[in-house]
Ligand binder design. Structure first.
Ligand code: HSX
Length: 184
């Protein structure tokens, strides 16, 4: 966990929307973190302070479609490294590699350009939230197909009850998250 008072400050700016997108789901909405300039800066700095440490500094930041783009690109800019988008299928124009993963109902596919990272690059993988961990796991596998090393996964919110962070951790991926939400 990051500095506790920062965690609480950020938590207070996450909106919980009940029964969205489906009955029984408590959706953790990060948009209030972004729309206030001061809160947005505190949020981004929480990540930047960690990854500007030379031992943890990535070569590239990869963001997961779509909320991972919002924070991932700003973090990359602040760290002075490049940003690559991992997109849902059919959005990237150049040659891609893809990875399909299971959802509760059906499956999803994510893609990245074949030249997005180089073999041996140390990549920081970013999303807004970890639930089942399927999205982040697919992103990790994609980057590894290109020979990159995913040095850490980072997200604003973890929903530990859904088991994703434990699954990612046991796959060997270190994780950094700012806020845990249990229950509703
Ligand atoms: C949500 O699903 C978030 O923005 C993440 O991209 C993703 C997390 O779910 P999971 O793949 O961990 O279950 O739309």
């Amino acid at each position: 966990m990051y500095n506790t008072s920062v965690n609480h400050y950020l938590r207070d700016h996450i909106r919980t929307v009940q029964d969205w997108p489906a009955p029984g789901v408590a959706f953790r909405d990060i948009t209030p973190l972004l729309q206030d300039a001061k809160v947005f800066r505190v949020l981004i700095d929480a990540f930047v302070h960690r990854y500007m440490d030379p031992a943890l500094r990535p070569d590239v930041v990869a963001g997961l479609d779509a909320r991972g783009f919002i924070i991932g690109s700003v973090i990359a800019y602040e760290l002075g490294v490049g940003f690559v988008p991992i997109r849902k299928r059919g959005k990237l124009p150049f040659t891609t590699v893809e990875e399909t993963y299971e959802l509760e109902y059906g499956s999803a596919t994510v893609e990245v350009h074949v030249d997005a990272v180089k073999a041996g690059d140390r990549v920081l993988l970013i999303d807004d939230l970890i639930a089942t961990g399927g999205t982040m796991m697919a992103g990790k596998k994609l980057l590894e197909k290109l020979g990159a090393v995913v040095m850490e996964g980072a997200a604003i919110v973890d929903l530990p009850e859904l088991g994703g962070s434990a699954k990612l951790h046991s796959s060997g991926l270190p994780l950094f998250t700012l806020i845990d939400f249990e229950g509703h």
